[in-house]
Design a protein around this ligand. Sequence first.
Ligand code: BG6
Length: 489
Amino acid sequence: MSETFTLVIFGITSNLAQKYIIQALYDMEEKGALPQKMTIIGNARRKLTDSEFKTYIKEALDKENLHHQHEIKKETVQNLLKKMHYLDGNLDDPAYYDRLKEFLDKIAHSSKGRDDRIYYLATYPDLYKSVFENLSREGLTDEKEGFVRLMIEKPLGHDFKSAKQINKLMAKYFKESQIYRMDHYLGKETLQSILTFRFGNGLFEPLINKDYVDHIQITASEDFGIGSRGGYYDTIGALKDVGQNHQMQMLAFATMDAPDEFSNEAVTKQRISIIKSLQAHPEEVVFGQYKGYTKEENVAHDSKTDTFYAFKASLKNERFNEVPIYVRAGKMLEQTVTEISIIFKTPHNRLFKDLNRGMEPNVLIYRIQPNEGIVVRFLSKKPGSVELEENFLQYCYRLDASVHSHLFPDPYEKLILDAIQGDQTFFADAEEIEASWKFVDGLTGTKKNPIIYEPGSWGPEEADELIQKDGREWLIPSNAFCNIPLLTR
Ligand code: BG6
C-alpha cells in the first residue's frame, strides 16, 4: 500500500455520496480496509465549518437506507472522521483548484514515499469539463509520485453521441487505465458470483444456449417511487437510469461466453461482445409512468419521462441466436425484486404432461436481491398424492453469510477497494458504454409517450401483451425460496 493516499470526492453532499459512498467508507473503515495514511477531501459548494461537516457525515451515516441497516459504531465514525476534511468551493471556479492543490501538496510533502490519488466525481455532469481542465492546469492529473485515478458515475451521457463526447473528453486528460466508470451492479456479489456458478461448474453451462433455453427474463422492479430525486430522474427516465447500465450488465453476466482467463481484459471483452450483439426491436418496447409521478418534487407537471419500461431483444451470436430476451424495470411496482430467469424448453415426451402443472418449465433463477440466491425451479411429486408441485434447488447467500458470520460487502465498498488496488475488471470501459448507448438509442429512436400505470401494479397491461403475444408470461418473482432473515451485524 502507498505512503499517502488521497480520495477527493467532488460532490460530497450529493444524494449519491450520502447514500452510497460515505456508507461504503464507513464499512471499509470498520473492516480496516482503508489505506493506512489516507486523507478524504470532500467538496461541495455550501460553506460548512469543520464541525458542521462532521455533523453532516454522522447524520448521513445514521440515516437508514436500503443497503446499510447495521449498527453505526461511534469509534469507527471517529476514526473515519479523522481522515476527512472539507474544502468547499465552486467547481467552475479556477481559484478553487489553487486551494485544492495547496492542500494536496501539503499532504504529499508530509510523506517521503508515493502519493496516490483518486478523484471521485459524484457531481453534475455539466461540471466534468471544468473539473478536468482545472485539475490538468494545476498539474493534478499528472502521475508523478504515484497513481492518479478517476472514478465517475453513471449514466455517462444520455445517448451514444454524448457518451462518446464524454469518453473523448476524459481521454484528453486521463489514460483508459486511469478511468474507473462506476456501475454499482458490476460490484454486486450476487452478480459477480454468476460467473463462478457458470464457469466454475460443469453441470449447467452446457445447457445455457439456444438448444435448451426457451427464453430469458430480466426484472428489476422497485415498490417505491423517485423520492427526492426528481431533478435528476425527470431528465433521464427509467431506461437510461437502470436499463443502459445495470440491466445490460445483468444480461452480459448471464449470457456471455467464458472469458479466456479471469482478467480485466478477458472479462470486459466478453461483456462488450454481448452488448454489441444485442439487437433492439424498437416496435417491441413499452414505456410506462406511474400515476402521480408528475406530482413528485422537481418533476415537470406534463412530464413524459418513463418510470417503467419493458422490451424484447435478442442476441445475434452463435449461442443464443433467436432466443427471446424480455427485460422490464420500473418504480412503484408490486414488489422490489431484481432477478434473471433462464427459462428452459419443455421436452415433448414428458411423462406427466397431462397432470396439472405437468408442462411447467425448469427455470434457473439468479436472484440478485432480495432473498439472494441461485435457484433451480423444478417439479416434484407431492408426497402422498399423484399431483405435481413446484420445488427449488437452492443456494442462498444469506445462509452462507450466517455460516461465515459476515454479510457480503456492499458494491460501493468492493468497487472503491478495486479502484484503490487498480483492478478494472468490474468497471465499464469506453467501448462498452458506447455499445450500450447504441442499443438504447435503437429502442428510443421512435419513443412513444409512456402509458400511465397504477402504483403497486406490474406496470401497464401493454407490457404483459408484449410477452403474451409470443405465448409466454412474465414470471411472478417467487418468495418461496431463500427465505432466510437478513442478519445484522
Ligand atoms: C441506481 C438508480 O443506479 O440504481 C436508482 O439510479 C435505482 O434509480 C438503483 O433505484 C437500484 O440499485 P439497487 O442496488 O438498490 O438495486
